[in-house]
Structures are given as C-alpha cells and as structure tokens.
Design a protein around this ligand. Structure first.
Ligand code: SAM
Ligand code: SF4
Length: 469
C-alpha cells in the first residue's frame, strides 16, 4: 500500500504556532497566577495560556506551576498509576528516520521479526512478571500489512495460561494505516492506536525523514483521523523531544489534539513526550539538535497536565528512575516498566543490546522493583482494563472522566488488579507493603463503596480473577 496524502489539508499552521509561542515571551507574574487559578479548576488551558506557562523560568513561579499540577493530578487521578510494557514485534523497517536505530540502511543492526511462537514466548515471560497491558511496537516494512499486524495481536490475546493469566489490553504503536487497515486492528480488539508525529515542523520533518512512507508528513498527520473513522476512538499522540524547539512542537501537538476534538468530539486518549535517546549509528540521537533540559522537561509535563487535565500522560523507561519518580507527582498517569526495546528481548538474559535495540533505556529496573518503589511513595499500581472492555472509550470515557468517574471506578478497580498482582506475582516484601496500602486506601472510601470493594477483594483472595466495578 502506498500512502496517498493528495488533497489532505495541513491544519498545522507553523507561522501561527510561532506567533503564539513568541507572543507569550514576556509574561508578568500576575498573569501566571491568573492562568494557574484557571488551571486549578481542571478545565484545561488555551494554546496561548499553555505557551505562556512553558516560558516561565522564575523559580518560585515554576514551583507554583508544579504545585498546581500536583493538585490537579491528585484531584483527577488520585494516587493510581497504570502500568504497561512495550513488546517489540519487528525491527525491520524501510524508513530512514535519522534518529532511530531501526532505520533502513543501518547495516550493523541485527534485524529480527518474531514468529507467532516467539511472540507467545515473549508474552508468557511478560505475563509471568504480572503484566496485563502491552504496547506492541513495529518497524514499517512492505512485508507487514494490517492483516499481519492484526494476527500478531491475536497471538498476544491468545497466549493465556492458568498460572500466569492473560493480557487484557493490547495497544499498538505502528506506522499509519489506511482506514481499512485500521478497521482490521479495531476488529481484532486493540485498545489505543499510538503514533507520534515526531516534529510538526515541515522542513525539519522532511530533513529527518528522507525516504520511505514516513517521508509523507500529511499521511502521518491524518493517521488519527483515519483511525477514528475506522472506529478506533482511543488514540495516542506525541512528539519526539530534541528534534526541534519543544515549545513549537508542544503547541502544535495540542493544536492537533484540538483538531480531533473539533472533528470527532474527542481528543487523544493519551499523550507521550519521549526524549531522544542514543541509538546505533545515529548522530542526531547522541547529540539532539534541540536538546530539552531536565528543568524544561519537568515544566513541560506539569504544563501538559494543566492544559489537558483529562488526557492520559505516558512516561516511558527512556527516562531514568529519579526523573520518573518526580514526574509521577507532576502529571504522569501511565508508566512503562521492565521495558526492553528489541524483538525477543524478554526471552534474552541480556538487556543492553545496542546491536539490535531501538535506543538505550534510562530505567532498567524490573516491574517488581518499579512497583516496590512506587508503592513506598503511596501509589497504587493499576492494570485495570475495565473501561475499554465495557466499551467506555473515546468521547464516552471523557464524559465520564469529567464527572469524577475516575475516582469512583478506576480507583477501586486499581485496587482489585493490584490485589491480583500481590497474590500471583509479588515478592513477599512487596506483598506486605501492598496489602498495607490497600488497607489504607479502603479506609478512605465511603462505607458503601468499601463494602463493595472488600467483597470483591475477598473473592480474589479466594481464587477469582478479573473482577471489576
Ligand atoms: N515505526 C513506527 C513509527 O515510526 O511510527 C512505530 C514504532 S517507532 C519504533 C516508535 C517511536 O519511537 C517513534 O515514533 C519515535 O518517536 C521513537 N523513537 C525513535 N527513535 C528514538 C530514539 N533514538 N530515542 C527515543 N525515541 C525514539
Ligand atoms: Fe522505522 Fe519507526 Fe524507527 Fe522510523 S522510528 S526507522 S519508522 S521504526
């Protein structure tokens, strides 16, 4: 299939985005406080307001942004943290993205595409660790069409074992498909379709993607429109930070989100903000042309939380453990853990494989280690997939989320999935910490809700699984 973007409108107006960014360069402290007062109501921010907050360098004002982000995050999501792992299916790719280890022509990279049996083996390893939600990741190659991708999803869902359980939600990060292709993914029951525009700057995009399908900026820009037309209403978007000015790309990303909201009544389910990491034979990955500092990065996450309060924010293991820890409070709602970035990695005892992986990761800890740490900080790990399986997705999900549904349902469901984890996969020390956290959380519920949740926890203790409200 050759992409054809002929006639597709370019709704990203670069000049206007720069105007928005530049117009907010000199912002008065009083104006920052006004914006934060609005943000505290969790009703979101305009592009101008978002751009204004991104410019704030003053230490005290920054702290005020962080404080507001922490409150908004706590108010909407509480202390729940959704966990998942990426599963690389193939690193074969015919695109030439300058920043990626998988790029075509990278002769030193060992190419590998998992067979159905190898997929099952990888899934079994992840299930043994306790994972219930996976993000499947693919290079783009003419050998692999939508039907093939759909089959790999079936392989994952079919890998069920009495001892280790099953994967309950498969999300996908693959190259953009046409509407028929997306329909195949929808029919096979994917959760979120995820695709990053990388950068919204047309010239930079062209320079970084010199050949292959990905060269076509507009085909990629309209990927989410096609996915939504095909019935996939949870979509995940992002930009790759380090390629271009992060303020420009953030405002462009949010304009993209607004375009979807305008056309389809719902914006993205999640946003991602990966920073460039070293990759084999990629000069740009080692020396990003527009590096974003740690301070700017933290501010960006906090500002996104305020700008789109009900949109999930995903943090990967590209970041190191200390940065991840800080960002949880500032706005992140989903975390990958125990990740590896090459096909076959989970069945491989080595984790650092520059000869085959996409990029280096910053947090190499196991799922158990990540859980142990976040529980100590009072977070409840969640593998809940209830909404997606009950059809509460897209617009419907956002409506419910805005009515406080997340606390009402997601929180109890998080506890139920966490209880399963503690019983089936956790080390003894994590069990002790985890059970004590569950006990504490139950005390915070109303009597009626506590009764309902306690009854289900008891059934889980007695061997039932996959219970949710
Ligand atoms: N091949 C598909 C595509 O490009 O859309 C999907 C999978 S690709 C492996 C997933 C994402 O990895 C890309 O969209 C890009 O943002 C990110 N990525 C690529 N190279 C990276 C690097 N060196 N550091 C961090 N992230 C990178
Ligand atoms: Fe291929 Fe995706 Fe890597 Fe580009 S980012 S080279 S399309 S795997």
């Amino acid at each position: 299939m050759k992409p054809d973007s002929t006639g597709l409108p370019d709704f990203i107006n670069g000049a206007k985005i720069w105007e928005t960014v530049n117009s907010t360069a000199e912002i008065e402290p009083a104006h920052v406080h006004d914006i934060l007062a609005k943000a505290a109501e969790a009703k979101g921010l305009s592009l101008e307001e978002t751009a204004s907050l991104l410019q704030v360098e003053d230490r005290e004002l920054n702290e005020a942004i962080f404080e507001t982000a922490r409150k908004v995050k706590q108010g909407i999501y509480g202390n729940r943290m959704v966990l998942f792992a990426p599963l690389y299916i193939t690193n074969e790719c015919s695109n030439c993205c300058a920043y990626c280890g998988f790029k075509a022509g990278n002769k030193e990279l060992l190419r590998r595409t998992l067979t159905a049996d190898e997929i099952r083996r990888e899934v079994s390893v992840l299930e043994d660790q306790g994972h219930k939600r996976l993000l499947l990741v693919y290079g783009e190659h003419p050998k692999f069409g939508a039907e093939w991708i759909a089959e790999t999803v079936r392989n994952v869902y079919d890998t069920v074992s009495e001892k280790s359980g099953e994967i309950r939600r498969v999300n996908i990060n693959c190259a953009p498909l046409d509407v028929d292709g997306f329909r195949k993914l929808h029919d096979v029951g994917i959760g979120t379709y995820q695709c990053f525009q990388e950068t919204y700057h047309r010239e930079i995009y062209a320079a970084l993607h010199p050949s292959g399908h990905k060269k076509d900026f507009l085909w990629r820009l309209h990927a989410m429109h096609r996915a939504m037309k095909a019935g996939i209403d949870d979509v995940g978007m992002g930009t790759l930070l380090g390629l271009y000015d992060y303020r420009f790309d953030t405002i462009a990303l949010l304009s993209h989100a607004a375009e979807l909201e305008d056309k389809f009544g719902v914006g993205p389910h999640t946003l991602s903000f990966p920073r460039l990491e070293p990759a084999l034979n990629s000069e740009i990955a080692f020396n990003p042309p527009f590096p974003i500092s740690d301070a700017q990065f933290k501010r960006l996450v906090a500002v996104l939380r305020l700008s789109v309060p009900y949109t999930g924010l995903i943090l990967s293991t590209r970041e190191n453990k200390d940065m991840r820890r800080e960002l949880l409070d500032l706005g992140v709602s989903q975390l990958s853990a125990g990740s590896r970035t090459y096909p076959g990695a989970y069945s491989d005892p080595d984790y650092d494989r520059p000869d085959v992986q996409q990029f280096c990761i910053g947090d190499n800890r196991s799922l158990e280690e990540v859980i142990s740490e976040i529980v100590e900080h009072g977070y409840v790990p969640s593998w809940c997939t209830a909404c997606y399986r009950a059809g509460r997705t897209g617009e419907h999900f956002m409506e419910l989320a805005k009515k406080g549904f997340i606390q009402e349902f997601c929180h109890p469901n998080a506890l139920l999935t966490f209880k399963e984890y503690l019983l089936d996969y956790a080390h003894a020390s994590t069990q002790v910490k985890g059970n004590s956290l569950i006990g504490h959380e139950l005390e915070c519920f109303s009597e009626k809700r506590r009764g309902k949740v306690a009854e289900k926890l008891d059934r889980i203790d007695h061997g039932e699984r996959d219970l949710y409200l």
